[in-house]
Design a protein around this ligand. Structure first.
Ligand SMILES: Nc1ncnc2c1ncn2[C@@H]1O[C@H](COP(=O)(O)OP(=O)(O)OP(=O)(O)O)[C@@H](O)[C@H]1O
Length: 377
């Protein structure tokens, strides 16, 4: 596989790594920096304190921003080791980033890839547009909700309409924490969220049993993955329990449920805002091609609910049609894999020579721009 570009979808919850041209990542690694790994370095004071409190799990990324750079390098190195990539200097590297991140974040990412991972060339692409490419479409609105970031990205003929992109810092990790809060409030559980076993159980309950409440006029065809879950004290949660659908309300009213700013927009308002910020002549095309991506759109009832709420916020002549990508957690990887396979895109990668000559900020001259088409053929 020498010379084949690597694709790194660097998410807040997990890193998906594989080769360009492949339809799924070879390795999916939790983006977690364990105490074992951290102890091999000098952890920062904040990191050391967090380790003591949290029973050894540190997230490498919070809401799309790397907070533990040495942790990221460790996670990536471990992933490449598992893929049996002996010599990363043979593989150009396409890495994803959330839209509207600070520019300095992208520069640091590039620096780490050149200095510590020894890759020969780098390209950075936003995850939202990649998810649309994974569906084979060039026009549509991506609503992506992952572990730490919610984003809405309109594309027309593969151009990203930059001024209409929206991003908010909430996602599946916040839902897991909110589920813990609901269980504590309604059923009396007092376990700390830092308790790793409890956190894993909450995440399992969320992924297997939570659902999105849909209007009665729109019964969902999707059922739960599991109907009952036995909690540590023997109490049984069943699918009908109201808190299981209340949990996901946080995506629609984050201000109310996630202790965010009262004005924080839910995903339906972000989606409507992104469409209405685009010119009138393309609004129908965008609304008719709304694509959900990211692990936190996998709740039963999600498509129906987003479609219903979005329709209410749009003019009646603009009809919303919402579908979900086939593999929501891997769509950005698949889109990146398609992109990195294109010879024209490969030519746009920033080389190590350019990095040495001009520094990491040169990536802003090279990156696949949000205002130029990603796909040219
Ligand atoms: N079946 C499911 N139902 C609901 N949530 C799920 C399901 N599967 C995974 N998730 C949640 O999706 C999130 C991970 O999604 P994803 O991999 O798209 O995010 P990420 O790329 O790591 O993060 P981000 O894109 O926000 O930086 C986690 O919070 C996980 O608990």
């Amino acid at each position: 596989m020498d010379g084949t570009p690597l694709v790194l979808d660097n998410g807040s919850g997990s890193v998906k790594v594989g080769y360009a041209g492949e339809l799924e990542p070879k390795v999916v690694y939790e983006n977690i920096y364990t105490a074992l790994r951290a102890s091999r370095h000098e952890p920062s004071k904040a990191a050391a304190e967090a380790l003591q409190r949290s029973n050894a799990r540190l997230h490498v990324m919070d809401h799309g921003i790397v907070s533990q750079w040495e942790g990221l390098v460790e996670v990536l190195q471990a992933a490449l080791e598992e893929m049996k990539v002996d010599d990363p200097s043979q593989h150009p590297c396409l890495v994803t980033e959330a839209p509207l991140n600070p520019t300095v974040h992208r520069e640091l990412l590039v620096e780490k890839l050149f200095e510590e991972m020894q890759v020969p060339s780098v390209q950075v692409a936003h995850s939202g547009p990649l998810a649309l490419y994974a569906t084979g479409r060039r026009t549509g609105l991506v609503v992506e909700v992952g572990d730490g970031v919610a984003q809405t990205v309109p594309l027309y003929d593969s151009y990203v309409i930059f001024n209409a992109v929206r991003r908010r810092d909430y996602g599946g990790r916040d839902l897991t924490a909110y589920l813990g809060e609901l269980l504590s409030r309604e059923l009396g559980y007092k376990e700390a969220l830092a308790n790793e076993v409890w956190w894993t159980q909450l995440q399992t309950v969320k992924e297997r049993m939570c659902r999105v409440a849909t209007p009665q006029s729109l019964p969902t065809s999707e059922g739960p993955k599991q109907h009952e879950y036995k909690l540590p004290d023997g109490k049984v949660l069943d699918w009908e329990q109201g808190l299981l659908s209340q949990c996901t309300e946080a995506l629609f009213q984050p201000g109310q449920h996630l202790k965010l700013d009262e004005e924080a927009e839910g995903i339906q308002k972000m989606a409507a805002g992104s469409i209405l910020d685009c010119s009138l002549d393309i609004q129908k095309d965008l609304a008719g091609n709304v694509v959900l991506s990211g692990g936190s759109t996998m709740f039963p009832g999600m498509c129906e609910r987003v479609q219903e709420e979005l329709q209410r916020l749009l003019p009646s002549a603009v009809k919303a049609k919402v579908t979900r990508v086939g593999n929501p957690t891997c769509a950005a990887f698949i889109g990146g894999s398609i992109l990195a396979s294109m010879p024209d895109v490969r030519k746009s990668f920033m080389t190590k020579g350019e990095y040495m000559e001009y520094g990491a900020a040169f990536i802003h001259n090279k990156s696949v721009s949000l205002t130029k088409p990603y796909l040219t053929c």
